[in-house]
Design a protein around this ligand. Structure first.
Ligand SMILES: [Zn+2]
Length: 123
């Protein structure tokens, strides 16, 4: 029996709910920004509860300081530097630096590869 581990299907549902919340936030941001921010906050609560990492795609869409939903050109500014993306939240002024997504993807691929490799050994 596995104890202390989150069930896979629960995580799947949590991720799905987060995705829906962010999509709704995206739809509402121009007309009802306060709703978007609430959705973003709800998604964050789910992430914390299930200890989930925000999906890379949505990660840059939420301010890590005030947790509001960010839309580039509306309430956030995105600038590229040589090795990172700078995201400025115009709601609270926080600037975040994120390494290029390319690197992240490669790292993730490496992770997956080592994972499948381990699995094969176990079999
Ligand atoms: Zn902010």
């Amino acid at each position: 029996m596995r104890r202390g581990r989150r069930q896979r299907w629960m995580i799947k549902i949590a991720e799905e709910r987060m995705k829906i919340l962010f999509h709704r936030a995206e739809e509402e941001i121009s007309h009802h920004p306060e709703r978007s921010h609430r959705y973003a906050q709800m998604a964050r609560n789910i992430a914390q509860k299930y200890n989930l990492k925000n999906q890379p795609h949505w990660n840059i869409r939420q301010c890590k300081s005030c947790h509001k939903f960010l839309k580039p050109g509306l309430n956030s500014q995105i600038r590229l530097s040589n090795s990172s993306i700078h995201i400025k939240c115009l709601e609270c002024g926080e600037i975040r630096r994120i390494p290029y997504i390319k690197e992240k993807k490669m790292r993730r691929r490496k992770n997956i590869e080592s994972h499948t490799f381990k699995k094969r050994i176990n079999e």
